[in-house]
Write a protein that binds this ligand. Structure first.
Ligand SMILES: Cc1cc2nc3c(=O)[nH]c(=O)nc-3n(C[C@H](O)[C@H](O)[C@H](O)COP(=O)(O)OP(=O)(O)OC[C@H]3O[C@@H](n4cnc5c(N)ncnc54)[C@H](O)[C@@H]3O)c2cc1C
Length: 378
């Protein structure tokens, strides 16, 4: 039977960043590392269905994993982009509102400060008019460290760098179930590369579940794993619409976040070619379905018109949708990332990642460091 030292399940941005951080670490030199992906390639799900924003780290609760990993991850990500020529742009973002939004904006500023993000600047009505004349907002905050990234090029770079360190990538390989026996994991997979699926079983010493929207299902299929430690999955869909008019913006424009930060509000996002799109909205769903109802354009236009009145539903066309793997149900306070190791769940050598919603793209390299460090000494 094949044996690996480390097995990472799921080639989204989180699994790739973990594979990269582990494969370059001297402690794992000469260790066999495999990254398994059920689909034909990496990054086909949430990692390619997001806003591609490098977040500053301003919204998340003080001392949360989201706050610390976002702030650290942002720094590592800009550095990585410079070092490996991954396209990104630190264009900054405006969080805008009306006069009566000053109190919530102050709360955002205070939270950012508590997270170590102390570069926010207040915007007056006249500075808003001068810098972004299409906006009608009266006040706001400027976050200079927010940026955008080509997420596909980023994932490609992680894959390439990890493979250069001899990491083995296995697409078309779905993990079905796992047994923990004599301090090792016995992993049952289905290989779907041909029209006749094949069963394949191997052993590994360390196992990382970074299966995104399927992390809970995989955890439930690990024999004798403490089911009580698996947080419930609440899927929350977010759709995007492209703007077919001329883009008037230089920066990312965000309204105030939704209640309980279910979403950050339907914002104006630019890609690296300055194409403008709006999104994502929030809708709790029961199944993974990326279709977009074109009728939502009127809801989008109404939300966006609060800061950009020139928008109309006719100027919006459906772009794509993503699904957030939340652990908080509708109406509940936002959940943190849940990254559980053997000391917490009682199965040494296993790390499980749940609730890896935004800002996990930004935080990915810091998440990779954290997972690597949890294995230190193995
Ligand atoms: C609408 C939206 C907007 C967002 N915007 C941003 C943003 O602007 N900035 C930011 O920092 N973050 C953002 N995020 C969050 C970010 O996109 C995600 O946190 C991140 O992509 C999660 O990556 P992942 O690797 O955990 O999951 P995924 O990308 O879903 O990868 C998991 C992988 O595991 C594979 N898999 C599942 N089960 C198995 C199995 N049994 N065997 C083998 N493989 C398996 C899947 O096929 C998949 O490829 C956004 C998310 C959404 C939904």
């Amino acid at each position: 039977m094949d044996q690996f030292d480390v097995c990472i399940v799921g080639a989204g941005v989180v699994g790739l960043a973990i594979a990269y951080q582990i494969s370059r670490d001297p402690q794992f030199r000469n260790r066999s590392i495999v990254l398994l992906e059920r689909d034909s390639s990496f990054g086909q799900h949430t990692s390619s269905r997001n806003s591609e924003v490098i977040h500053a780290g301003i919204y998340y609760a003080r001392d949360s994993l989201k706050a610390s990993l976002c702030v650290r991850g942002k720094q590592l990500l800009y550095q990585h982009c410079r070092q490996f020529d991954v396209p990104c742009k630190q264009l900054g973002k405006y969080i805008v509102g009306s006069r009566r939004d000053e109190e919530p904006l102050q709360a955002i500023e205070a939270r950012a400060e508590a997270n170590g993000v102390s570069d926010l600047q207040w915007l007056t009505r006249s500075s808003l008019r001068k810098n972004e004349p299409a906006l009608t907002s009266e006040t706001g905050l400027f976050s200079p460290s927010t940026g955008i990234i080509d997420s596909h090029a980023y994932m490609q770079s992680l894959m390439h760098l990890a493979q250069n360190q001899a990491m083995h990538f296995a697409p078309y390989t779905r993990i079905d179930c796992v047994e923990f026996k004599r301090q090792r994991f016995l992993v049952d997979c289905t290989i779907t590369a041909s029209s006749r699926p094949e069963q394949y079983t191997f052993q590994c010493n360390l196992l990382i579940n970074s299966a995104g929207l399927h992390a809970q299902t995989l955890a439930q299929n690990i024999a004798d794993f403490d089911q009580a430690s698996i947080p419930e999955l609440h899927m929350c869909k977010g759709c995007y619409f492209n703007f077919t008019g001329k883009n008037p913006f230089q920066r990312l424009i965000y309204p105030l976040p939704e209640a309980n930060e279910t979403g950050l509000g339907i914002h104006a996002i630019l890609d690296l070619s300055s194409q403008l799109r709006f999104g994502p909205d929030t809708e709790y769903v029961d199944s993974i379905d990326y279709d977009i109802d074109p009728c939502r354009s009127s809801l989008f236009a109404a939300a966006v018109a609060k800061y950009f009145p020139a928008v109309t539903a006719e100027l919006l066309v459906p772009a794509y949708a993503g699904i957030r793997p939340k652990i908080a149900a509708a109406g509940e306070a936002p959940g943190d990332f849940v990254i559980l190791d053997g000391a917490e769940h009682g199965m040494p050598g296993l790390i499980q990642l749940f609730g890896m919603e935004s800002p996990a793209l930004t935080a990915s390299l810091a998440i990779g460091e954290l997972v690597r460090d949890k294995f230190s000494g193995y």
